[in-house]
Design a protein around this ligand. Structure first.
Ligand SMILES: Cc1cc2nc3c(=O)[nH]c(=O)nc-3n(C[C@H](O)[C@H](O)[C@H](O)COP(=O)(O)O)c2cc1C
Length: 448
């Protein structure tokens, strides 16, 4: 089966450059009336990617995903094709694909629209993944607050079942696959892949020890692969337009298009689909319309990333995994947040620490006692203007005993804003030790 040509006319002005390859695919239909229905999806080449996958066979699908250079869009950027190839072959057990739709990282809000506006795109991506990894069952674990998106997903699953796109012998392929949607109850830790599996099994959402890795023993002890919503959606388009098309966009090591989110004081906050490697400046000014007030820092990929100081040099950073790491931060979920000059960095970081403290599952000591207990107390002291000499050093000592010493990555994530804010804005911490809060007073902060 030949691949249909990529759409050539952007339907929404959300894509950069004049290069015709850079057209919206993931977000092409978001905001178009009826885009969530099967009838609309089929009119726009819906389920063609799955048909191509079936024609290729499962091993070739995995090779194509590898060739495309797709990396997981959930934050860590792990190579998707490689991950899919970890699933055992002919082991006689049921295989499971999981979609991580927990989307609780502050500053991140891309998956929500994919699911509510274009749910069949995700279903097709999971069908492709399920086919390639010989799975017969898939679960979408969706953030509890995303009620509308969950309803749209259920409706789309019912439509797909009624039309032979889910269930037994799908489209005569001999492949059986079905999907379930599971709504979370509102906890950030449920986005950690093994905590998500525990939660899905009805247990407390504590992360699991690895190994065994999910491909060997995941949900209910069965071989499982988990991917982010955007990752599965990208697989749909790779099957539609080919691995070379995807590999031809972005940078050498960060390939393809990416959904960038931008929030904070900018004229047009929102989600923009751009090639990886697009300079930060282009997102902030050309697409989001520029800041509405003075900015002092930027978080490039969700609150778990290190802060960067607002500067010409930082604005020139290409937004891809390698360039942002070289700049001292990371791409994460590509949830860009601008921090206004009028905000106190100490109070902003306090807000982040309070979030992690609240969301910690409490399983391991560094996180439970270190973050939820001591770190939150120290920031509260500084943030309320009761700082004393030595407080910042104490925070640094605590960070030394938390980072890299916890059970899962939640604690490390918290150390991102803590350590980078101290490194880049030490003068604000020094002032806070004297009881002065630079930037505070012009903004009101929620009391903890
Ligand atoms: C505390 C914590 C929260 C996370 N939350 C999410 C989330 O909401 N969505 C997501 O896709 N990945 C999240 N992750 C990453 C997942 O553990 C996992 O790496 C990801 O779902 C893998 O999918 P990918 O390979 O497609 O990126 C989180 C990780 C941690 C440590």
């Amino acid at each position: 089966m030949t691949a249909p040509a990529p759409p050539v006319t952007p339907r929404r002005p959300i894509v950069s450059g004049t290069d015709p390859r850079f057209v919206p695919t993931l977000y092409a239909h978001v905001g178009q009336g009826g885009s969530h229905t099967l009838e609309y999806y089929l009119r726009h080449d819906g389920y063609m990617g799955f048909k191509r996958a079936v024609a290729m066979g499962p091993d070739t699908v995995i090779d194509e995903i590898k060739k495309s250079g797709l990396r997981g869009r959930g934050g860590a950027g792990f190579a998707t094709g490689l991950k899919w190839s970890f699933m055992p072959l002919k082991d006689g057990r049921q295989h499971i694909v999981l979609c991580n739709a927990d989307e609780s990282e502050p500053g991140t809000f891309k998956d929500r629209y994919l699911m509510s506006e274009d749910p069949h795109q995700l279903i097709e991506g999971m069908l492709i993944g399920g086919f390639a990894m010989r799975a017969s069952l898939g679960y979408i674990y969706i953030r509890g607050e995303y009620v509308h998106a969950a309803e749209r997903l259920w409706a789309a699953i019912h439509e797909a079942r009624a039309n032979g796109l889910l269930g037994k012998n799908i489209l005569g392929s001999g492949f059986d696959f079905d999907l379930q949607v599971h709504r979370g109850a509102g906890a950030y830790i449920c986005g950690e892949e093994t905590a998500l599996m525990n939660s899905l099994e009805g247990l407390r959402a504590n992360p699991r020890l690895k190994p065994p890795f999910p491909a060997a023993a995941g949900l209910y002890g069965l071989p499982t692969t988990i991917n982010n919503v955007e990752t599965f959606c990208a697989a749909t388009h790779i099957m539609n337009y080919g691995a070379d098309w995807h590999a031809g966009m972005g940078t050498e090591k960060s390939r393809g298009m990416k959904l960038f989110q931008i929030s904070g004081p900018v004229k047009r906050p929102g989600v923009y689909e751009l090639p990886l490697g697009t300079p930060l400046r282009e997102l902030v000014y050309d697409w989001a319309g520029g800041p509405t007030e003075g900015i002092k820092a930027i978080i490039p990929g969700g609150i778990s990333c290190q802060l960067l100081k607002w500067s010409d040099q930082v604005l020139g950073t290409p937004m891809d995994y390698e360039s942002l790491a070289a700049a001292g931060s990371s791409l994460g979920t590509a949830g860009v947040t601008l921090i206004p000059a009028s905000a106190s960095i100490v109070q902003t970081t306090w807000n982040a620490v309070r979030f992690y403290g609240h969301e910690s599952c409490g399983k391991c000591t560094p996180c439970r006692e270190g973050i939820s207990g001591w770190m939150v107390k120290m920031y509260e002291k500084l943030g309320r203007g009761h700082g004393q000499p030595g407080d910042t050093q104490l925070i640094l000592d605590m960070a030394d005993n938390i980072g890299g010493r916890s059970f899962c990555a939640l604690a490390d994530a918290c150390m991102g804003p803590v350590l980078s804010s101290i490194k880049l804005f030490r003068e604000e911490y020094d002032a806070a030790e004297r009881g002065e809060l630079i930037g505070a007073g012009t903004r009101r902060w929620r009391d903890g």
